[in-house]
Design a protein around this ligand. Structure first.
Ligand SMILES: *Cc1c(COP(=O)(O)O)cnc(C)c1O
Length: 223
């Protein structure tokens, strides 16, 4: 397995999916999901030109971020479920959080970001498939959460994130795109629809995703 080859092949897949959807490839960003994978693999991807990395587990991520702290232009995204006792580590170590799904977490991230030079970029996670075990706000609560995050000084509302259930119908992806388009017309800072993983990247790009989160196809299967 060669990380550089995998990245090239994913970029080609993104380009092809964009062509089919009549979209510009530069409008879809690649987030490399490095959870469970060692810092050396992140470094290999970095050396192949990758800059944005996604992590799910706070402590694992913080260790990796420290190991790679000599590299100034890696952009770290937190994409996992957030417990309120971990918000400080998230606020202090990441540039983006994709998994904000309630007011309490947003409040804590805002308070704990206050010492940093730049605000934290926020995507609101929507439980689009309405799976009871999954994180994410309901569609009904989304407008209130967006308005709340928008007025916090240390957070910037950048968009929405979703993890559609396995083999979700394309209508689910389209529904996310509609929510995104509506919110984007209300808030000038919104530009990001974080949607699409190794197995559903094509549908996600066809339905407006601007950031795909790819792990397995870059770094191989996880244990
Ligand atoms: C693990 C994970 C990914 C990457 O999934 P792959 O199927 O390995 O591409 C993307 N997003 C989230 C939220 C994840 O937890």
């Amino acid at each position: 397995m060669n990380i550089k080859d995998n990245l090239n092949s994913i970029h080609q897949d993104i380009t092809n999916a964009c062509q089919s959807a009549q979209r510009h490839p530069e409008d879809v960003q690649l987030l490399a999901v490095s959870k469970t994978k060692p810092a050396e693999m992140v470094l290999q991807a970095y050396q192949a030109g990758q800059r944005h990395f996604g992590e799910n587990y706070v402590q694992e991520a913080v260790d990796k971020i420290a190991q790679l702290s000599h590299i100034s232009d890696i952009c770290w995204h937190f994409i996992g479920p957030i417990q309120s006792n971990k918000t400080r580590l998230v606020a202090e170590n990441f540039a983006w959080v994709h998994s904000v799904d309630r007011i309490k977490i947003a409040t804590r991230l805002n308070d704990q970001r206050s010492g940093q030079d730049t605000p934290l970029n926020i995507c609101l996670q929507v439980n689009i498939s309405e799976e009871s075990a999954k994180s994410g706000t309901t569609i009904n609560e989304l407008a209130e959460l967006a308005a709340f995050v928008d007025q916090l000084p240390n957070l910037v509302l950048r968009g929405l994130m979703a993890i559609p259930q396995k083999n979700a119908p394309k209508a689910i992806f389209e529904e996310m795109n509609q929510l995104f388009t509506r919110l984007k017309s209300q808030y000038s800072t919104i530009d990001t629809l974080s949607m699409g993983m190794t197995n559903d990247m094509g549908d996600a790009i066809a339905t407006g995703s601007t950031m795909v989160r790819i792990g397995t196809a870059i770094f191989g299967k996880r244990d």
